[in-house]
Ligand binder design. Structure first.
Ligand code: FAD
Length: 314
């Protein structure tokens, strides 16, 4: 889906992440967002999946909506925590039956109230990558055509492989024992068949660029898409720091705290994300993946301000 970009590349691919809606009112708003994001021509729209299956049906509903109402590739996040092999395979088949051909394979986190509960048969996302590949191979229709002039001989059509993305952690996974562990984990995911990676959000371009360099030195060849999140309020900043274990970016934090208006804070978040986008693209990123928070205006403005898409008409 992606290749390493060169400065001469005509267009930088971009994509967006959405989450399943929690109410019917937010479902209507999300459908409008999907249509507006689709108009901008993203490489794919990804939809998160609640660990333990808490949002499974709703995630699939959004993915179906994308598939049936836009030309954009829907990409399904899938988590394996708490699942048996058989249940994970059934889940993958359900998504394949719905026409989904691109996945982000994740381990997911155990529920906060049962950190030591059943973590599932699959110990890591690398094993989920292998399972998706295996289930897809069984699911793909077998097609053969006779070879003219050779009685009984048949040419077997190569199967279309699914795209399987995985997560990468430029500043380290919160539970990593040491920094090289995240490169090792990504190597394991690549060896299992992952076709590209999407990073956890980060606040400085060097975090991403240095991680990519370490990954390339270690032998990782798959594209590594930077995950970029416009942070438009102190509350959102605190929430993502809690979830990701990232260090507080003091400059952004202070700017958001001292700005009195909602619109002003939104502009600060957009400017920060647009600058980050420009810097990683200039550094050779093969595309950018934006966390959209189910709203189109902010992420579309980020891309326009970064020069990835034409300036927005106001
Ligand atoms: P794993 O790949 O299994 O690994 C996690 C960490 O364990 C590694 O980084 C490494 O430190 C260590 N590790 C694993 N295998 C090895 C190995 N072979 N060698 C050395 N170390 C190893 N969560 C959800 O519940 N739903 C979502 O939709 C969702 N979407 C996400 C999207 C993105 C882009 C990202 C970055 C994260 C997302 N998450 C989501 C969060 C994710 O589930 C958690 O971060 C989880 O704790 C780790 O998932 P993983 O797939 O990286 O796990």
């Amino acid at each position: 889906m992606f290749s390493e970009s060169s400065p001469a590349a005509a267009r930088v691919p971009f994509s967006f992440e959405l989450y399943p809606p929690r109410s019917s009112a937010s479902n209507d708003a999300l459908r409008e967002t999907v249509l507006r994001l689709a108009e901008s021509g993203p490489a794919f729209l990804s939809v998160t999946y609640g660990a333990g299956g808490s949002t499974g049906g709703r995630s699939l509903e959004v993915l179906r909506f994308i598939r049936e109402n836009t030309d954009v590739e829907p990409l399904a996040h899938l988590t394996c925590v708490g699942n048996t092999y058989a249940a994970a395979a059934t889940l993958i088949r359900e998504f394949l039956d719905a026409g989904i051909r691109s996945f982000l394979a994740l381990r997911g986190d155990p529920p906060h109230d049962q950190p030591e509960g059943f973590l599932g048969d699959l110990e890591s996302s690398a094993q989920l990558v292998q399972l998706i590949d295996r289930v897809q191979a069984e699911h793909a229709p077998y097609e053969e055509t006779p070879v003219p002039g050779i009685p009984g001989a048949a040419q077997v059509a190569p199967r279309r492989r699914v795209d399987i993305a995985v997560a990468a952690f430029p500043k380290g996974h919160p539970r990593s024992a040491h920094r090289t562990q995240d490169v090792e984990a990504l190597l394991a995911k690549q060896a299992a068949g992952a076709t590209f990676a999407i990073t956890q959000l980060f606040f400085h371009a060097d975090d991403y660029l240095a991680f990519v360099e370490r990954a390339r030195t270690a032998g990782i060849t798959i594209p590594i898409l930077p995950g970029i999140m416009p942070i438009t309020s102190p509350a959102r900043l605190n929430r993502v720091l809690e979830l990701t274990g990232e260090d507080l970016p003091s400059e952004l934090s202070i700017a958001l705290e001292v700005e009195p208006t909602v619109e002003g804070r939104r502009e600060i978040g957009i400017e920060w994300a647009a600058r980050l986008t420009r810097e990683v693209v200039d550094g050779g990123a093969p595309g950018v993946h934006l966390y959209a928070f189910n709203q189109h205006e902010t992420v579309l403005t980020v891309l326009a301000e970064a020069g990835v898409t034409p300036a927005l008409r106001r």
